[in-house]
Design a binder for this molecule. Structure first.
Ligand code: 1PW
Length: 216
């Protein structure tokens, strides 16, 4: 049973804490913790059922690419998002215009997760302010259409749309997050959303400054 408790997903421990520890005092973003926040989200997605498999698979492969950089001989350059951007730009390791020699650069890989983080943040904010009978699928779809959808092809938008219908209803979804009563879930979300927003905003400004927001 102890093992059971450990493997059970917990929004607070696995997502909130990771994104919290990914910010340094100088507001640098540690890739290691950014990735573990995403691993937490993947766990959440996997517990929502097989429809979310294609979504979590992509997130897993993106986090894997970043972990591989972190473990490589260039690892120290990948400690933070800021140092990664500097290293890859200085060494011309980014396909700035066209997909070509570096289709899996750290910068373009993190950009995909960054865009998805916006979706997540919008969705969790809707969830936080929702009423008991509100539909999670509608909240999720609206958040998606407002953010990530514009970066996806028709086929992915269709598949994502279908997956959203499979989302558990609000009370069940709150249960899956495993942080206590609905009031406690709302409370944790109230802490998580501004945190995700800060991490998102720092990355957004950095990418904007270096003209990386449209990396193929
Ligand atoms: C219930 C809470 C859900 C929040 C999790 C958000 C996960 C978002 C991942 C969406 C992935 C959809 C399928 C993959 C699409 C890729 O083509 C796309 N990846 C992302 C992360 O948007 C773009 O990556 P690519 O193809 O340019 O390498």
């Amino acid at each position: 049973e102890a093992e059971n408790l450990q493997t059970q997903f917990c929004l607070k421990k696995e997502v909130l804490e990771s994104f919290k520890s990914c910010l340094s005092p100088e507001k640098e973003i540690y890739i290691e913790h950014y990735v573990s926040g995403w691993r937490g989200l993947v766990k959440l997605l996997n517990s929502l059922g097989s429809l979310f498999g294609f979504i979590s698979k992509d997130a897993v492969s993106k986090t894997q690419i970043l972990m591989n950089f972190l473990k490589s001989e260039n690892g120290p350059h990948y400690a933070t998002v800021q140092s990664m951007v500097k290293f890859e730009l200085d060494n011309k390791l980014v396909d700035v215009d066209k997909k070509g020699i570096y289709p899996e650069s750290g910068c373009r890989t993190l950009l995909r997760l960054h865009r998805a983080l916006r979706w997540l943040q919008l969705f969790l904010e809707r969830l936080r302010t929702s009423k008991e009978d509100d539909k999670t699928s509608v909240m999720c779809r609206d958040a998606y259409n407002e953010s990530l959808a514009q970066h996806h092809t028709w086929l992915i938008r269709k598949s994502a749309g279908m997956a959203f219908y499979g989302l558990p209803v609000r009370p069940a979804f709150f249960e899956v997050m495993n942080v206590g009563t609905p009031e406690q879930v709302v409370d944790v979300l109230g802490k998580a959303v501004p945190l995700l927003y800060e991490v998102y905003q720092i990355t957004e400004e950095l990418y904007q400054k270096h003209n990386l927001l449209d990396l193929p």
